[in-house]
Design a protein around this ligand. Structure first.
Ligand code: ADP
Length: 455
């Protein structure tokens, strides 16, 4: 029998026995009155418990279930136990949900959950950035109202989501997103977005680079090919024409060779595995060597000066520094008309050491300066080519400077000249008296000079 019925039966039996005994001792009326009073007391107790229970139901705080008395004591105790278990599992569920939210918020990809009608059910913070969503405002909105690009609407309407869609200019900005839909559950979809702006930029740079190199090589190859064809067609070539043709072909092959050499230098500088050699470099001596090299490159057409104001050495790669500095010197000569002045200097400044090449040449319009170190960027394409330029010199300089944690400053005025200064940080400077100051590594012999400036 049910526990409640057992208690009720026991109460009724006890009351009936007590009423019978009272009736036997004091008469039937007294027994009857006793029974009535007993029943009323039982009822009042039930109502009291009921009232307490009803009060609790209005604000059912799990920890405040009333105690109860009689048969209610047991029932309410069981209810309290149940409420405790429920609130504990709710707590566990909340923390699991919070954990999940924290994990999705930390994900580098955007995630949006869409219902069967492509309405936003939930999104993580990265998706808010990718699609300019507002977690509070846009829940329940159609994703196509927010991500308005037509390709996106087409992709959403299609049924094949095996390949991601590349969304360019997402949010009207430079952002490039790879977007993929993953159907799941009851016709719901998971929209995953990844920012591939950087990857796309690298890919564009790679394509441009291949196009540039092919273009740079095609011109000299066409010239050489043309001469060879003409000479082959001549039964007996005129010695003067033959000589001139060979000279021009030689110039073109030298140009290709310079380009390939610069490309190899760049590729080795860009190779992350190629660690920087840390050796003591005698920069004052290197500056003297470059000054000498510049004199033969200039062929007496410029006034050249060397200002070694400090005897500091540098910790770095002798070959790389020589290559970078010699590019700056060669540029100064190539972009300075005859009679101009070029000054090489090596000085200590505010804790740094600065190698600078100043010229009184053609100068550079300020709008070109931020792009000068890009590969193949030239202000005046024909002048660069005429003077034997590959368009890679300053890109090499930038890499060498970065590898030495230095800074390249370019100041210039069109028509008045330019100054290219490379500042090296104090930790690369080797001062006189330092044991390393004597342990010089001899720089390699100078590279063959680029062709001379036309002035
Ligand atoms: P290039 O082989 O064409 O000289 P660089 O990378 O060395 O390539 O230089 C890039 C461009 O910067 C040059 O084409 C030229 O327009 C400009 N430039 C570099 N140095 C100077 C300079 N000293 N004076 C004027 N323009 C310069």
């Amino acid at each position: 029998m049910n526990h409640v019925w057992q208690r009720a039966l026991t109460t009724i039996v006890l009351l009936a026995v007590a009423a019978f005994l009272v009736g036997a001792a004091l008469g039937r009326t007294a027994g009857f009155a006793f029974a009535l009073a007993g029943l009323a007391l039982v009822l009042v107790l039930h109502w009291r418990n009921l009232a307490a229970f009803e009060r609790w139901l209005r604000n059912p705080v799990p920890a405040a279930v009333p105690n109860g008395s009689g048969v209610w004591e047991d029932i309410l105790a069981r209810l309290a136990r149940l409420m405790r278990q429920q609130s504990q599992s709710q707590q566990e569920l909340f923390s699991a949900l919070e954990e999940l939210q924290r994990a999705t918020a930390a994900m580098p990809d955007g995630i949006v959950i869409l219902d069967e009608q492509d309405r936003i059910q939930w999104c993580n913070p990265i998706a808010e950035i990718h699609f300019a969503l507002d977690h509070q405002r846009d829940l329940g909105s159609q994703i196509t109202y927010l991500a308005r690009q037509p390709q996106f609407a087409e992709y959403l309407a299609s049924t094949s989501f095996s390949e991601p869609l590349v969304l360019r200019q997402a949010r009207g900005q430079e952002l490039v997103l790879a977007v993929q839909l993953v159907p799941y559950g009851n016709r719901q979809k998971l929209l995953i977005s990844r920012d591939i702006t950087r990857i796309e930029r690298v890919e564009t740079m790679r394509r441009d680079f291949v196009a540039n190199v092919s273009h740079e090589l095609r011109t000299p190859l066409t010239v050489v090919g043309g001469f060879l064809e003409t000479l082959t067609d001549m039964p007996e070539p005129n010695p003067a024409i033959l000589r001139r043709s060979l000279e021009l072909m030689h110039a073109q092959t030298a140009r290709m060779q310079r380009l390939v050499e610069d490309l190899l230098t760049l590729s080795s500088l860009e190779n992350a595995q190629n660690l920087l050699r840390e050796e003591p470099v005698n920069v004052p001596e290197l500056a003297r060597l470059l000054h000498h090299e510049a004199q033969s490159l200039s062929g007496g057409r410029h006034r050249l000066r060397l200002e070694p104001a400090t005897d500091h050495w540098l910790l770095g790669s002798a070959d790389e520094l020589r290559s970078a500095f010699s590019n700056l010197v060669s540029n100064a000569i190539r972009y300075t008309p005859e009679g101009g002045e070029i000054v090489l200097s090596w000085e200590a400044r505010e804790g740094d050491a600065v190698f600078a090449v100043q010229d009184s040449g053609i100068g550079i319009d300020p709008r070109h300066i931020p792009r000068l170190t890009e590969r193949f960027y030239r202000v005046d394409r024909s002048r660069s080519r005429e003077t034997g330029g590959t368009g890679l010199g300053l890109a090499i300089v930038k890499h060498v400077v970065n590898r030495h944690q230095g800074r390249l400053d370019i100041t210039s005025q069109p028509g008045r000249g330019s100054r290219f200064a490379v500042a090296f940080p104090a930790r690369r400077i080797i001062r006189k008296g330092d044991p390393l100051h004597a342990a010089e590594v001899a720089p390699e012999p100078p590279e063959p000079a680029r062709s001379q400036a036309t002035g």
